[in-house]
Structures are given as structure tokens and as C-alpha cells.
Write a protein that binds this ligand. Structure first.
Ligand SMILES: Nc1ncnc2c1ncn2[C@@H]1O[C@H](COP(=O)(O)OP(=O)(O)O)[C@@H](O)[C@H]1O
Ligand SMILES: [Mg+2]
Length: 489
């Protein structure tokens, strides 16, 4: 259990009274106060420069495939019958029991008419599938229910992948054909008042349970509709769980606690699915309950635990191209809502200008994420975004703006073995000439890979004292120096 650092009360930023603080995050053993020795490369460990593991696939014997295809066909026939005989208007009101009963009756009749005899297990499964088809999203309903599945990726009707624990695997789930897949896509998008067809071939939507949904249909999708579903995880990972999973260490958590509590402006950077939103969410846990937080997202995903939160979501234009409310519009409006902190789910466009300005003008402690591969890369991204807005700002002025707005870069990475780690915590310390100066406080150092393809390594500190040490101290976070050596675990 991560024990939070106990803030020392001190008024007006006066130095905290007690000079020696017992580290509450983790008592450092006396012999660990030395700076960590550089890790020795493990000769036995395999080179970790291998490609990401190929997706796991489920091997099914051809006979079984045939049987399943046949069952799928039967299911589609029966579904057609169901649609003809069920009273669709009454469907919403019917209880699940009634519906199950009705489905069982119609399917039994249908099978008899078609001269098909199924064993009782197949019959039972058929009825469950039919219920999913009528009330839910058909074949993928079972994947949506499966809590171990994070993402569902559909490449045409015959190929459905899922991601579990960071690893992709091919499933045996299939749609009958493209028409079947299209019907389910239509069901999803029409439920949220959108449409998708040849003239507007892609759509972004949120499912009723909060999952994110994206579909691209032919002809833009060449081999059949492409669907990606990022499932909404009800339980967001907590700081404790992230530490347990090895995403970062207790020492790093203590540092981050101080960084958030003392209102540093933080950018979480990483690739798609690397855990940026998860990290942002976990970091927000360090914000006090007395602050007013305003969140701005393209798809509302953040689940902050505080009481005082205003959540906003941008809106794409409608079919006539009207009615768009961009993140930038929301951000500008947010400034009039007296926020203590602004959290932007992901900065990707012209809202960057307003974000940096907000960070520079009294909305300290604001946070956002950005799609980049390193702290340096994140800065280039910011520079590019600024340039793209059309604001005529010399590069060095952009950099000055960035360096004074952003205090901390937290880099997240999804490693080839599927694990997600905070690979670097880097402070922005100012400008040296035309270059933004940075110092890395913690990083993940890879040492190799074990037989199972799991990446080995440890978190090390750069041996540098935080640039914000004085600020931390003034705010009552006189962090013990051991956190910089304790990172080594
Ligand atoms: N450290 C971690 N360990 C295990 N799973 C994680 C970790 N961080 C994130 N995840 C999971 O990875 C998925 C993608 O995370 P998310 O934060 O949405 O990524 P991003 O915002 O970078 O696209 C989620 O299902 C999340 O629960
Ligand atoms: Mg995200």
C-alpha cells in the first residue's frame, strides 16, 4: 500500500519546521543511501531487441471451424425468423425472462422446421447468442462482457482480435458476413444519433457503457469494415495497483505526489494505449478536494475522485458540418469558469496555445497528455502544434513559452512484452540559449529479457536533486533524499 507523504503544514510558504523528515513512503535502509551503481548488463539475458511477440492465435481444427460456421448460419436463419415473429415494439419493455422464453420457443420451432437437431449444449449456446443478437451487439457481446479483454479489433467480418494484458490474440468469434457486421455497426451508431455509410465512411462514438468505438466502412476500409473498441474499464488503476504492476516505484509515486500537490504543470507523454489516460487519472488522485477542477476531453474518459469537478466533452460537427464545439472552444470557456486546475485529456491541435497560456497565467497544476515517444519528442510535438495553429511565433519564442509553461514530462511506454511503464520523469528547468533544458530525475533501465519474453530492468534515478526541491519544501513537501536512491528496485 502506497503511504502518502505527510505534508508538513507551513503557512505562507515558510520553510517547514522539522528539518529531518522520516520518509513516510518507505523507510530507507541506511545502506541504500549511496547512489545506485550502474546496472551490469546481464550477459545471459537474451537481447531485448527482438520484435514484439506475434499475436497469439487460437488454433482450431478445420472440422470444428466448419461446425462453428454451420452454427453461425443456423443462428442467422433463426435471427431472421425472430425478427419476423418477435414484436419489436414490445422488445424494450419485455423482461429478459420473457424474452429468453420467447427466443427458446421460436428457435425450437425454427430448428424443427429446418430439420436440424442440436445437442443440448449447442442449443443452449444458440439461445444465448440469439439473445445477444436481438438485444446486444451479436457475436462481440461475449467479448464486451469479458472483463479480461481491453480492446476489440475487428478486421472485416471474419477476423476479430482482442487485447488482453497488453497482448493481442486472434479469437474464434466471427460475423457471418460483411452485411452482418454492418448491421451491428449501424445498431451502435444509430443509437448515438450518428450514421455511417459510403458518403461518411468513418465514425467515432461512445457506447452506452462508456467504451470508445471507431468504425471505418468500405470503400475506405478495403477488406471489409474496420472496427476498434477500447473498452471502458470501470475500475481505473490506482497508484497502488500501478506500483504493484511495476509501472513505477513508491519513491517515484512520492515524487509525483509532491509534484501534483505543489501544482507543477505536468504533461504525460506516450504512444497510443501506453497508459497516458490511466496515468493522468491516477495522478489526479493527488489533487486536494478543496480545488475546483475542470476537465476537457474529446471523449470523456477520466474518472476523477474529487468532489468539485466540471466535465466537458468536445462535439464533432453534424452531417451538415455545423455545430462543432472543439477542445479549444471548451478550453477558452473553461477559463471563465474559475477553475483551480484544468485537465485536458489529450492535446493534439490548436488548443495547445490556450493550454500553454493557461499554464502560464495562473492555472498552475494543469495537466494534459500528448502523443510522443520521449520528453524531447513531446517538446517537438508541442512546437509543431503551435506552428500548425498559424500563430506567427518564432521557434525560440515557442520554446520560451513551452519552457515556462511546462514543469514536468512524464513518459509512459508500452514495452514489447505488453507491460506499461513510466520510463522517464523529466523536469523542464528553463532555457539555455535557444534550447529547452531538461533533467531526468527517474528512468526505467532495461537490462534484458527473460525466457518468457518478459522485459527485465529497474527504475533508477539520475542522481540529480529535483529542480523543484525548494518549491516542494516551501509547500511542506520536504522529500527525503532517499527517494532518489530508493527508486532502484
Ligand atoms: N501500468 C499498467 N499496467 C497494466 N495495464 C495498464 C497500465 N496502464 C494502463 N493500462 C491499461 O492499458 C489500457 C490503455 O490505457 P490508456 O490509459 O487508455 O492508454 P492511452 O491513454 O495512452 O491510450 C487500459 O485498458 C488500461 O487499463
Ligand atoms: Mg488516452
Amino acid at each position: 500500500m502506497f503511504k502518502r507523504f505527510n505534508k508538513q503544514e507551513s503557512s505562507n510558504g515558510a520553510p517547514a519546521a522539522a528539518p529531518s523528515l522520516v520518509p513516510s513512503a518507505k523507510a530507507a535502509p541506511a545502506d541504500k543511501t549511496q547512489a545506485p551503481a550502474a546496472p551490469k548488463p546481464d550477459k545471459k539475458a537474451k537481447s531485448d531487441k527482438v520484435k514484439p511477440a506475434a499475436p497469439k492465435s487460437v488454433t482450431v481444427d478445420p472440422k470444428e471451424t466448419k461446425r462453428m460456421d454451420r452454427l453461425l448460419e443456423i443462428r442467422m436463419d433463426l435471427h431472421k425468423r425472430l425478427l419476423e415473429s418477435l414484436n419489436l415494439a414490445a422488445l424494450d419493455k419485455a423482461s429478459e425472462e420473457d424474452l429468453k422464453h420467447e427466443i427458446a420457443l421460436i428457435s425450437r420451432e425454427g430448428l424443427r422446421d429446418m430439420d436440424i437437431v442440436l445437442n443440448s449444449a449447442d442449443q443452449k449456446q444458440l439461445n444465448i447468442d440469439l439473445l445477444d443478437e436481438v438485444t446486444g451487439l451479436g457475436p462481440i457481446e461475449v467479448l464486451l462482457r469479458d472483463d479480461t479483454v481491453n480492446d476489440i479489433l475487428i478486421n472485416g467480418s471474419q477476423q476479430i482480435f482482442v487485447e488482453r494484458a497488453g497482448v493481442l490474440e486472434l479469437t474464434t468469434v466471427k460475423f457471418k458476413d460483411e452485411k452482418h457486421l454492418m448491421r451491428i455497426i449501424d445498431k451502435i451508431v444509430s443509437a448515438v444519433g450518428r450514421r455511417v455509410d459510403e458518403s461518411s465512411p468513418y465514425v467515432d462514438a461512445r457506447l452506452a457503457d462508456g467504451s470508445r468505438f471507431n468504425a471505418m466502412v468500405p470503400p475506405c476500409a478495403v477488406d471489409g469494415s474496420l472496427v476498434s473498441i477500447r473498452k471502458f474499464t470501470k475500475e481505473k488503476l490506482s497508484i497502488d495497483q500501478l506500483i504493484k504492476f511495476g509501472a513505477f516505484t513508491e519513491a517515484m509515486a512520492t515524487y509525483l505526489q509532491a509534484a501534483v500537490a505543489t501544482r507543477l504543470n505536468i504533461i504525460v507523454s506516450g504512444g497510443t494505449g501506453s497508459g497516458k489516460t490511466t496515468t493522468l487519472n491516477a495522478l489526479s488522485g493527488f489533487i486536494g478536494d478543496e480545488e475546483r477542477i475542470v476537465t476537457i476531453e474529446d471523449t470523456a474518459e477520466l474518472q476523477l475522485q474529487q468532489v468539485h469537478i466540471g466535465r466537458m466533452e468536445s462535439r464533432p460537427p453534424n452531417v451538415e458540418g455545423k455545430g462543432e464545439v472543439s477542445q479549444r472552444d471548451l478550453l477558452r470557456n473553461a477559463l471563465r469558469m474559475r477553475p483551480d486546475r484544468i485537465i485536458v485529456g489529450e492535446t493534439r491541435g490548436d488548443e495547445v496555445i490556450d493550454m500553454l497560456q493557461a499554464m502560464n497565467t495562473g492555472h498552475d497544476g494543469s495537466m494534459t497528455t500528448i502523443h510522443a515517444n520521449s520528453a524531447r519528442d513531446a517538446v517537438s510535438r508541442l512546437e509543431n502544434m503551435i506552428a500548425m495553429t498559424g500563430v506567427e511565433l518564432p521557434l525560440v519564442a515557442s520554446r520560451a513559452q513551452i519552457s515556462s509553461a511546462v514543469d514536468l514530462m512524464v513518459q509512459i511506454s508500452r514495452l514489447p512484452d505488453g507491460s506499461r511503464r513510466m520510463v522517464s520523469i523529466t523536469e523542464i528547468t528553463g532555457m539555455e540559449g535557444e534550447i529547452i533544458s531538461m533533467q531526468e530525475i527517474f528512468k526505467f533501465q532495461r537490462t534484458g529479457m527473460d525466457e518468457d519474453g518478459k522485459i527485465q530492468g529497474k527504475f533508477v534515478s539520475g542522481g540529480l536533486r529535483s529542480h523543484f526541491t525548494e518549491r516542494f519544501r516551501q509547500w511542506g513537501y520536504d522529500l527525503p533524499s532517499s527517494i532518489y536512491t530508493d527508486a532502484d528496485q
